[in-house]
Design a binder for this molecule. Structure first.
Ligand code: HEC
Length: 210
């Protein structure tokens, strides 16, 4: 008898405990009823998102995860006076298919690839700025291979004359992309469109000034 009583009272108190969890959510549509959220860390990542800059605490609430020890930034801002790599703020960039011709195929590229850009004064001007930024210190303002670096680093090619007068813009594009001999690749620094602008600038300005 005692056993039965204990079992029944156990069941009743168990049910009471369970029902106490059951708040009255009857007025809320089924799909909006609060549910258990298993492993919330998976949904609300606590890891710092490397390429984000979430600074608005109010708005992001629990998603606000910016590093307090890093001046409240995930991504450090560039130092003052940093030179942008793009030609200029408003420059428009065309979408270009990735350039897939491998380094060893310079001759093939030079003979078959054509420039997607139309040569005009504006692009040559941009080409000049880019040339000054990326090439001049080695190849010199006039392309003669006499930039300041040439005092220490011998054998910089003369772009303005000699053997290179007959190369195509694609040849220059390919060399900027992959490098050649002792010149290292500039493909990771200069966007494809910018490389074409530089190549045309070399052909149209540096080589024709002779
Ligand atoms: C660090 C110095 C340096 C920089 C920067 C540099 N070059 Fe060169 N470049 C060289 C050297 C050295 C050579 C000769 C490579 C060789 O033949 O070994 C060369 C060769 C070349 C050639 C000749 C390739 C051939 O077919 O023989 C072209 C074209 C060229 N550079 C274009 C450029 C352009 C355009 C830029 C700017 C985006 C640039 N270079 C930036 C050092 C440099």
């Amino acid at each position: 008898m005692r056993k039965v009583f204990l079992t029944i009272s156990g069941l009743v108190s168990g049910l009471a405990m369970l029902s106490s969890c059951n708040h009255n959510f009857d007025h809320i549509p089924v799909h909006e009823k609060p549910r258990w959220e298993f492993s919330p860390q998976m949904y609300h990542s606590e890891a710092y998102e490397p390429v984000t800059q979430i600074v608005d605490k109010e708005r992001y609430k629990e998603h606000y995860n910016t590093m307090p020890g890093n001046n409240g930034m995930n991504l450090r801002l560039p130092v003052k006076g940093t030179v942008k790599r793009q030609y200029s703020e408003g420059a428009e960039y065309k979408f270009m298919e990735p350039y897939k011709i491998v380094k060893d195929c310079l001759q093939y590229a030079a003979a078959t690839v054509t420039s997607p850009l139309e040569v005009n004064d504006k692009m040559l001007e941009e080409g000049k700025v880019l040339y000054t930024r990326y090439c001049q210190h080695c190849h010199g303002a006039e392309g003669k291979g006499d930039g300041p670096v040439s005092e220490k680093f011998m054998g910089i090619a003369n772009l303005a004359g000699g053997q290179l007068v007959n190369v195509t813009p694609a040849h220059i594009f390919h060399v900027i992309t992959h490098g050649k001999g002792r010149m290292l690749s500039h493909g990771s620094q200069v966007l494809p469109e910018e490389r074409w602008k530089i190549a045309h600038y070399v052909k149209e300005k540096l080589q024709k000034q002779q």
